[in-house]
Design a protein around this ligand. Sequence first.
Ligand SMILES: Cc1cc2nc3c(=O)[nH]c(=O)nc-3n(C[C@H](O)[C@H](O)[C@H](O)COP(=O)(O)OP(=O)(O)OC[C@H]3O[C@@H](n4cnc5c(N)ncnc54)[C@H](O)[C@@H]3O)c2cc1C
Length: 293
Amino acid sequence: MKPSEFLYHAPTTLDEAVQLLGTLEDARVLAGGQSLMPMMNFRYLMTSHLIDLNGVEALTRIEQRGDRLHIGAMARQRDIELSPLVIQRAPLIREAYQLVSHKQIRNRGTLGGSLCQLDPSSEQPCFTAALDGVLTIARYEDGALTHRELPMSDWAVMYMTPALEEGELLAGISLDIWPAGHGYAFEEFARRHGDYAIVGVAALCTADAQGNLDRVSLTICGVAPGPVRMHDVETALRGRPMDDTAVRMASDAASALDVMTDAHVSTDYRQHLAGVLTERALKRAFSRVARQS
Ligand SMILES: Cc1cc2nc3c(=O)[nH]c(=O)nc-3n(C[C@H](O)[C@H](O)[C@H](O)COP(=O)(O)OP(=O)(O)OC[C@H]3O[C@@H](n4cnc5c(N)ncnc54)[C@H](O)[C@@H]3O)c2cc1C
């Protein structure tokens, strides 16, 4: 199949891109094309204007600003995975990317494209939520480029639908940098290597000099339209030793989650996976944590 007819636009600045998106009727942006192009070719999706963001250099940066890691929406997944800064400051991301599709797809696919596609089983919204992601959204308003910021917790409106208004695009993502020596792990179950996770779990933690947890982040994907942060568990684990009781508390809570179901995976099986993968992720995160004095 071939896509329906569309006009192609190739802006080179963010200003130009949002202006096009804000003024053209029935326009859509193209990032890595790994999800969009097949959908257009099958005509699941038709658009009158395609705005290609691949020439907007300013959206590809990966940099640290204070205690946050900033990743442009057009940064390639493979560039993020291999970035020395990301490996040093947010090793969870590298671990998660090793489970995302295949190198060839990560060479083209972008973090921004994945967050906008918002597949419930994707590892990328999951690690973004785990690292307290804040999204920068750009639009053209009153003849000028404007921005707004949105926490990742407010990003998923419903199934595969992010909180983007008409004329808006995702410009960048900022992520929390955890202290050196933090524990981390990403665990998932997928049918084959490179497939989307059926369920995935991201865990992060730090511990004090006595070995008690002083900060925990636990996020589960594949159970709801957006990643689910287990805030109650995170609070309950604070101050507790990194032991089997802590792991059990978390995995019991995960397996009791009210999860979505579909034609392929039953509710029971998803809950089972959530519990088992939480256990594995926390155990590995605990094993990596350095005690902070
Ligand atoms: C075989 C295969 C296996 C895969 N396996 C996995 C996997 O295991 N895990 C995983 O996470 N992903 C997986 N993916 C998806 C991959 O990560 C894609 O890269 C991702 O879904 C879309 O990113 P993209 O940059 O290609 O976006 P595109 O396909 O270009 O765009 C996707 C959608 O987002 C919109 N969009 C893109 N960028 C922006 C923006 N900045 N602002 C507003 N809207 C935007 C587009 O208009 C489009 O609707 C797989 C893909 C394939 C083909």
